[in-house]
Design a protein around this ligand. Structure first.
Ligand code: AMP
Length: 248
């Protein structure tokens, strides 16, 4: 889940025909980055920190699905309903659905603010699709940051994560507890454990990452774009390593 920093990301979250309310100041350089890393590794936290520093919009495909779920008045389209079911179980949504969803939002890939893709691509097919989209749009990636951490530490981070049902902010029962248990410090909302952060779904998500997403490291290594970041340490420490890898 990516935090909002001066930009409501409406064009990304709501899709075609909707503009961002306040895109904010255009940064001097528009960075175009992809963030890779197992679920729970802290990509969302890093995305928010990088967004704040570089001004690029953090774009999460998981956020688009969660937004669609929260805002479905009564009925989701069959494709979205299928996506929600996959998400609930921790499985990947089909490539066709995710690629079509990103293609519909491809103007976010040419935004003058740049972008940080968080959670997309997750398969080699999606990586080929984003490569084609960027070629068509005349844009190039600057780098792909791959955050890496031992499996046991990833499981501990994921299973202790709690998410605010009001503002979406992430907390952790051990490493980032709220002052009052179960209540968000930022907005007073109730904290929940995401369905896909439950133990049964965590195992499925980690398997999906290892089988489908880690091959992307080779894909981007071959293109000279991969930067591996050790994700052990506090969010600020990991962020400093990411900035160093980008030469910022
Ligand atoms: P995330 O917040 O990125 O962990 O995404 C939450 C869930 O949304 C994932 O477990 C998948 O079910 C689905 N999802 C998000 N992005 C993708 C993607 N690029 N490919 C397939 N499924 C995705």
């Amino acid at each position: 889940m990516t935090a909002q920093v001066g930009n409501d990301k409406a064009a990304w979250l709501k899709g075609p025909g909707v503009d961002c309310a306040d895109p904010g100041e255009v940064p001097v350089r528009a960075w175009r980055l992809i963030l890779l890393g197992a679920p729970g590794i802290g990509k969302g936290t890093q995305a928010a920190l990088i967004e704040k520093r570089l001004g690029a919009c953090a774009l999460s495909t998981g956020d688009v699905f969660r937004h669609a779920k929260r805002n479905a008045d009564c009925c989701l389209s069959p494709v979205m309903a299928e996506a929600m079911e996959a998400m609930r179980k921790g499985e990947l949504v089909s490539d066709n659905t995710v690629i079509a969803m990103v293609r519909e939002r491809s103007r976010c890939l040419v935004c003058s603010h740049g972008f940080l893709l968080d959670g997309f691509p997750r398969t080699v097919e999606q990586a080929h699709a984003v490569e084609t989209m960027l070629q068509e749009l005349g844009e190039k990636l600057d780098a792909v940051l791959s955050f890496e951490l031992d499996r046991e530490k990833v499981i501990a981070r994921l299973s202790g994560r709690r998410t605010c049902s009001g503002c979406g902010k992430s907390w952790h029962v051990v490493s980032a507890p709220t002052k009052t248990e179960g209540i968000c410090d930022a907005c007073g909302g109730k904290l929940i454990q995401r369905e896909d952060d439950r133990p049964e779904a965590i195992a499925v998500r980690l398997r999906a990452y290892e089988e489908s997403t880690s091959p992307l490291k080779d894909f981007y290594e071959q293109r000279g774009l991969l930067r591996v970041i050790d994700a052990d340490g506090s969010p600020d420490e990991v962020f400093a390593k990411a900035m160093e890898a980008l030469g910022v």
